[in-house]
Design a protein around this ligand. Sequence first.
Ligand SMILES: Cc1cc2nc3c(=O)[nH]c(=O)nc-3n(C[C@H](O)[C@H](O)[C@H](O)COP(=O)(O)OP(=O)(O)OC[C@H]3O[C@@H](n4cnc5c(N)ncnc54)[C@H](O)[C@@H]3O)c2cc1C
Length: 327
Amino acid sequence: MFKALNPFFMNNPTAVREFKKRLIQTEIPFDENVDLAPFTSVGIGERIAFCVRPHTEGQLNLLSPLLKKYELPYLIHGQGTNCFFHLPKNPYPGVLIQWTTRSSHIESVKTNKSAEFFVKVHTGLRKATLSRFCFTHQYEAAVWLAGIPGTVGGGIAMNAGTRLGDFSTLIYDVNRFDMTSGTITTLRPHLCDFLYRGQSFCNNNQLLTSATLRLTKSENIDSFKKKFQESLAYRKKTQPLKEKSFGSTFKNPEGNSAGALIQALGLKGTHRGDAIISPHHANFFINRDKASGGDMLALIDQTQETVFRKTGISLTPEVRPIQSFVL
Ligand SMILES: Cc1cc2nc3c(=O)[nH]c(=O)nc-3n(C[C@H](O)[C@H](O)[C@H](O)COP(=O)(O)OP(=O)(O)OC[C@H]3O[C@@H](n4cnc5c(N)ncnc54)[C@H](O)[C@@H]3O)c2cc1C
């Protein structure tokens, strides 16, 4: 359910003061009137009334009734490496909930009979930290995790991965906090319906707080290290990593590659304002300077339309353009 704006709250200094007071009391770090662009890897966003950074389930328990009380639309956010903003108002009277962790420590590892390893992680943890941990302990997941930015929570929500693996293969259980009811549910794999770059067990009102990952050790260390290095080198060679992007723009259609389709139609370098299809990788759309959300959306629409007209293939965006928040 996407929510219309809440002019009442923004024009009510007493309500704003009270909201801030409660955030301070609950020790939830926050900022006001925040530029969202740095909250995305592509650098596209308007300003927002509040950004809050809870890090415990207890804080979420205190935050959710506050958002309800003031009817504040909110967005659950990781590191913004798979999204950009195109909001109808600037500043937008909503709350960005950036789920963070204060520690990069990865909790207890224990084996079961089949020599699997279980690792409990806060989902605010960066994938880069998890990937380094996996590399150090020679867990196979390091190979496909290498180089995917963002948080573990964003990774589970997007079922992030490569052709070598994705988050669906790691989940032993995941904890989900429901912002509407204030309840926490532990989901085992049979309740985790993963899709290609997505899932259907966590909606926009639900926040994945922690997960237990099941990891397997590589048996051949030399081959593991080689695959890890190759995976990073492949990324460096094929992706415009120095540019501002959100990774792949479109999901690969069944049996095809979105990048190859776009490239074959000669669309590399096409641009709308400062939003441009990378000359390096056709499925990477880049903000070359001051692209707006409108520029990026127009470029995505135009590419979808051209590909469909010329090939009959309908491309589905992998990136999430955020045009409103939920209540
Ligand atoms: C250079 C580059 C390379 C990339 N390579 C890959 C790749 O190889 N494979 C791949 O799959 N992706 C890739 N991506 C895309 C992106 O990094 C992943 O989708 C990543 O998992 C997003 O994580 P995030 O924390 O940035 O999520 P965000 O972009 O912040 O959020 C993405 C979605 O997840 C939801 N979400 C975030 N955190 C939570 C949470 N704790 N609970 C519930 N929902 C949450 C958000 O609401 C949003 O809908 C790449 C991106 C870049 C910029």
